[in-house]
Design a protein around this ligand. Sequence first.
Ligand code: SF4
Ligand code: SF4
Length: 322
Amino acid sequence: MADKKLQFAIYWAASCGGCDVAILDVNEKILDIAAAADIRLWPVAMDFKYKDVEGWADGEIDVCLFNGAVRNSEQLHLARLLRRKCKVMVAFGACACFGGIPGLANLHDRKSIFEAVYGYTASTVNPEGTTPQPHLKVPEGELTLPVFFDDVYSLSQVIPVEYYVPGCPPTPDTIMTAVTAIVTGSLPPPGATVASDKSVCHDCKRKKSDKPTIKRFHRPFEIVPDPEQCLLEQGFTCMGSASRGGCGALCPAVNMPCRGCYGPMPGSLDPGADALAAMTSILAASDDATVAAETARLLDPLGTFYRFTLPVSVLGRAPKAS
Ligand code: SF4
Ligand code: SF4
């Protein structure tokens, strides 16, 4: 271990905060991290100001763990600023790696999101139709808010990124593997994903048939699954075959289909298309009408197959209204 402590920055952008909580989930190992590294920025845990970050020399920080997608001008500014100040940039968690759940907002655009959120949701009370404005003149001066973008971006879509630590959130084991590699200087070559190169199915202990078939698609609340058989073969939309492993197949172990939070398999062009092709290719249907009826039971296909990856998929986003 180097004599000088590593300098760490941890930042969150468009995220739920789960990735920050996941860092605390390493429990007492957080003390090992604290012994090896000075945490110079962690807004969720301590009070920091922009001027603290702006005051650092370029490259002064060794590693930044950046969680969350980028969906407004403040997040983009901080991503660019931290890129300058940090030697190694890590996309930490599914939102930073692939756009994540916030990336599903790419099914809409700024205008339609504002119309819904400030107009007609069940809990909206806004008779004057007020919406956030990036600039507002008041007697005391001008108030500013970040500009809300039409699109949600993964981190590597806006700045160069050296490493990817996937998961929603990354498991404690994944986090410790990444942090240990950083602290001991044994990181893989830049561009690597700190997770398994095999699929979730590879780690899943459920029984798989030699010739799997699906008779009918089910949502998790519709039937009680057999606790031992492969969930996909029971008709649940399990993304395990199209998803990178590394989590220990946590979800199928507790009767929940894998949702794909560790992202695409290495070399995959489009994980949603991979999963959809895998499922429909084993559908036990001999005529077009049955195929149509069964696939119609796949409600919310975009939200199911692109739950974490829409911004980095071939689709990227839904067409914008002209
Ligand atoms: S499809 Fe899902 S349940 Fe079946 S083996 Fe793969 S991860 Fe396990
Ligand atoms: S089983 Fe799938 S959804 Fe669950 S933690 Fe692993 S990769 Fe994520």
